[in-house]
Write a protein that binds this ligand. Structure first.
Ligand code: PLP
Length: 404
């Protein structure tokens, strides 16, 4: 008899986006002529930068010729891309990263989800509330989450509320935790930590021999000088942090798939006997066993981001979305709403004027024909908030704001 991984059966159905889709479909069938503006899902709309598509076309041609054809590549990525990452993404920050600390992947979702493979199921996990659901669900699958409580939280996960009351800065957990997921700029709240605020976490991790899994998928949207682009800007972070980055929102790679993860050789975990192990070696082993590399063509596309032309084009894309974020922020603020995020992020987190998240979601859908994401779907502390994304066109974003 086949035995299942029982933890999958414990996972509730992915309720949030299914429920949104259900409500939108029901509304659309009752009002088929309604012109719905979608500001819910976190997918991009602008096409790939030309520098990237040119590089990918060239790579496709190379694949068509015996002399330049490539088969399996290195599991951790081609050196041509790792070098660019080191020189463009870290050197300017004063951060020295070795090429063998950079692992090119096929998405920050896969890597933040798979990283748990190298960690014991005994670890106590901490996440912010609200949170990007992948961190929680992958820990449920791995048996680290405990039981699902009526609150919607898991008994063995420590939730760190972030809300307007604490300025969206999570407080250090009262109980000892060993793995902490931090995502800044944050999805869903769009908020950030300053260097000083992030240092508190690095110091905590150093003191408690804990690991920070730092998701910097939205790093390219940072505009303010005091917001760190990498956790390695903080002293000591290389000993306690793994960083995830993605080209998805930066360069429109959501469907093309390319990302990278930095696992410094200084970063260690501990065996039952207290012995230190380099997590870099563990992740390399994991990737070499379970992953055969991001496609060559895609890595050539990502490499082109680091040309002058590519840098310019990516900046234009990011600025386009940030401009939308500004339109949303300004319009909603003028309407008397308290809004957060949208300055270093494509997400705007709106505090309702007392309505519940789903109630406000329904109001916007039915009265204004705008789809958003109810904040409570990201965790109990998201109740009373909704998330709007800046990934639509300027025209549709303006129109949505006019409707509100
Ligand atoms: N991390 C966060 C916080 C995200 O919001 C997302 C996507 O929405 C991802 C990771 C996934 O990115 P990728 O497309 O690289 O898998």
């Amino acid at each position: 008899m086949i035995k299942i991984n029982e933890h999958f059966a414990e996972l509730p159905a992915s309720y949030l986006f299914t429920e949104i889709a259900r409500r939108v479909a029901a509304f659309q069938s009752s009002e088929p002529k309604a012109d719905i503006i979608r500001m819910g899902i976190g997918d991009v709309t602008l096409p790939l930068p030309k520098a990237c598509t040119d590089a990918m076309h060239k790579a496709v041609d190379e694949m068509a010729v015996r002399e330049s054809f490539r088969g399996y590549g290195p599991e951790q990525g081609y050196e041509f891309l790792q070098t660019k990452i080191r020189d463009y993404d870290y050197k300017p920050l004063g951060v020295d990263i070795d090429l063998d600390e950079i692992f090119v992947g096929d998405g920050a979702k896969s890597d933040t989800g798979n990283i748990g493979d190298i960690l014991s199921s005994d670890n106590k996990i901490a996440v912010t509330d609200p949170v990007y659901p992948v961190y929680v669900d992958t820990n449920v699958m791995a048996g680290r989450a405990g039981e699902l409580l009526p609150t919607g939280c898991w008994s063995n996960i420590v939730y760190m509320p972030v809300n307007a009351g604490n300025g969206f800065v999570p407080e250090l957990p009262k109980e000892d935790v060993s793995v902490i997921y931090l995502c800044f700029p944050n999805n869903p709240t769009g908020t950030t930590l300053t260097r000083k605020e992030l240092k508190v976490w690095v110091d905590y991790a150093l003191e408690h021999k804990a690991l920070i899994l730092f998701d910097a998928a939205y790093e390219a949207f940072i505009t303010e000088p005091d917001v760190p682009h990498s956790i390695y800007e903080i002293d000591g972070a290389k000993k306690v942090a793994i960083e995830f980055r993605s080209y998805s929102k930066t360069a429109g790679f959501t469907g093309t798939r390319c990302s990278y993860t930095v696992v410094p050789k200084d970063c260690v975990g501990y065996g039952k006997d207290g012995r230190e192990y380099q997590l870099n070696g563990f992740w390399r082993r994991r990737q070499c066993t379970k992953f055969n590399g991001t496609p060559y063509i895609v890595q050539r596309g990502a490499e082109a981001i680091y040309t002058d032309e590519g840098q310019r084009q990516v900046k234009d894309i990011v600025n386009y979305y940030l401009q939308n974020a500004k339109i949303i922020r300004n319009a909603l603020t003028a309407k008397g709403y308290e809004v957060f995020g949208g300055i270093n992020s494509p997400y705007i987190w709106l505090k309702t004027k007392g309505e519940g998240s789903w109630e406000f979601f329904d109001y916007l859908l039915h009265e204004k024909h705008i789809v958003t994401t109810p904040g409570v779907g990201f965790g109990p502390s998201g109740e009373g908030y909704i998330r709007l994304t800046a990934f639509n066109t300027h025209e549709r974003t303006r129109e949505a704001m006019e409707r509100i």
